[in-house]
Each structure stands twice: as C-alpha cells, then as structure tokens.
Design a protein around this ligand. Sequence first.
Ligand SMILES: NC(=O)C1=CN([C@@H]2O[C@H](COP(=O)(O)OP(=O)(O)OC[C@H]3O[C@@H](n4cnc5c(N)ncnc54)[C@H](OP(=O)(O)O)[C@@H]3O)[C@@H](O)[C@H]2O)C=CC1
Ligand SMILES: O=C(O)C1=N[C@H](C(=O)O)C[C@H](O)C1
Length: 264
Amino acid sequence: MAINIIVAGPRGKMGKEAIKMIERVPDFNLVAVIDRKNDGKFLNEITEESDAQVPVYEDLAECFQQIDADVFIDLTSPEPGYKHTKLAIEHRVRAVIGTSGFTKENIKELKELSNEYNSGCIIAPNFAIGAVLMMKFSQMAAQYFPDVEIIEMHHDQKVDAPSGTAVKTAEMIQKTRTTKAQGHPDEREELEGARGAELDGMHIHSVRLPGLVAHQEVIFGGPGQLLTIKHDSMSRDSFMDGIKTSIYKVMELDRLVYGLENIL
Ligand SMILES: NC(=O)C1=CN([C@@H]2O[C@H](COP(=O)(O)OP(=O)(O)OC[C@H]3O[C@@H](n4cnc5c(N)ncnc54)[C@H](OP(=O)(O)O)[C@@H]3O)[C@@H](O)[C@H]2O)C=CC1
Ligand SMILES: O=C(O)C1=N[C@H](C(=O)O)C[C@H](O)C1
C-alpha cells in the first residue's frame, strides 16, 4: 500500500525527523514539502538531512492542485497550521496534524468542516505513547484527587504556551474530576502570572529553558499525600511511532479525531 505524503515544516526540528521516518518506511512516499521560504526549490537544496529531489511549495493550495497526495502532515506553528488543516480538509486530503497551539474553537470548527467534507483528520497534541499514557493515568487519578496542577517544561524555541499536551491533559482530567476552585479562597497574585494559567480551576505552569525537549509533570495532592505522574521526551524520536501509526490510521477515517488516545 503506497501512501503519498506532503509535509509542511520540513526545515523544523519535527519536520526533519518526520521526513527521515517517512524515508525509512517502504509504504510511505514523500511527494512534496511546504516551506514558506523556498518556493520552487527541491528538498535536498533546503536541508542536509535528505537528498530527495522532492518539490518545495510555499502555497499548499497550489501544491494540492499539482501534486496527488493521500496524506498531509503539518509540523509548523499555530497560524499556518490551522490554515493548512482547513485547506487539507477542503481538498479532501487526509491530514495528520502535530502542530500545537490550536484553540478549542479552532478544533470545533475543523471538526465541523471535516464532517461537512467527510475528510479524515487526526490532530494529536502529543504523538509519544508515553505522553498519551501520562494523560490517561492522570484522567484516572483525577477521579480520586480533584486537586491538581500541571507543570509543562519545553525548550526555549517553543512559541505556544501552555503546550498542546498540557491543555489536552487538563481537558481529559476535566472529564473525571469534580470541578473545584483550588487553593485558598483569598489567594492573590503578588506578581501577575505567579499561579500560572487556569482551566476549570486547575493551574498550568509553563517552563521554557534551553536544554529541555518536552516534559510534563501532573501533580495531585490529597490529605497527607502527593501523586506525581511524569513524562519526558528526551528526543524527537519519541514522536515518530505515533506519526507513523496516525498516517496508516487516517487512511481509514472520514472524520476528525482529536488526540492519539482515540485511535490507539
Ligand atoms: N504533536 C506532537 O507530538 C508534537 C508537536 N510539536 C509541535 O510541532 C510544531 C513544530 O515544532 P518544531 O519542529 O519543534 O518547531 P520548529 O520551529 O523547529 O519548526 C517549525 C517549522 O515550520 C516552518 N514554518 C513556519 N511557518 C510556515 C509556513 N507558513 N509554511 C511552511 N512552513 C512554515 C518554520 O520555518 P521558519 O524556519 O521559516 O520559521 C520551521 O521550519 C509546533 O507546533 C510544536 O508544538 C512538536 C513536537 C511534538
Ligand atoms: O513544541 C514542542 O516541542 C512540543 N509540542 C507539543 C505540545 O505543545 O504539547 C508536544 C510536545 O510537548 C513537544
């Protein structure tokens, strides 16, 4: 089964890894890449990681007109990622989206669009199986521990905060946790932002430092005890099996799925 694939973000940290993975899998065939700076060139001219003579397009709509693709993968940043996802759905090219920073409204709109076009799409805030388990375990723990704070830690080149994983974790926890306002009722911030972001009373803290890759701790507190559920991505290899699985899985889908946990 040959699957023709387009990747957006081929010079990025994730894009480079994804292209190496695609080149290793016999079923996968990279047919074009989308890059905002190198329209008209070939992949081997814009990155040393690949010697493939694959065409580079700036405009995804133009690329869809000229290239026959089964799957589109986006690993860029929130704004282009959202536009690309819409375009892929409208062109009925199945989409695997790793780009984070989409809002709840973005996801809702894309879900509606994919229903309208019967076009398969997987949006996964985190493709690492360990991270998916961290989220599932946190969802289980929240039934018993409604007091929870999330600390996510990433490299300092990340543009969105909190991370897509942290938001997804909080959303999954919301499904089992009894809503409560945490901390002291009279709590106040002496420095703005000291208590982090808030989702349904849960606090999310974002750390950005060179040396980090992608890490998250979910800390639950109860009388006399703490439970910490932690995941570390030490390298971007950790995401590749999830992208590979999603490429195969999206070929069977005609709707949008948000979260890798829903296809494993
Ligand atoms: N779901 C998951 O498991 C994971 C998701 N991510 C997410 O993936 C995304 C990419 O991460 P990462 O590789 O670390 O980021 P990088 O900044 O390293 O790469 C992003 C790339 O996208 C390119 N880009 C920006 N705008 C466009 C555009 N309009 N068209 C084409 N390319 C564009 C950038 O180009 P330029 O150099 O010109 O800026 C850059 O090369 C992020 O949203 C991140 O959060 C990351 C890891 C895992
Ligand atoms: O930007 C990153 O690096 C990552 N982004 C994703 C997110 O926002 O959760 C996934 C992973 O944490 C790495």
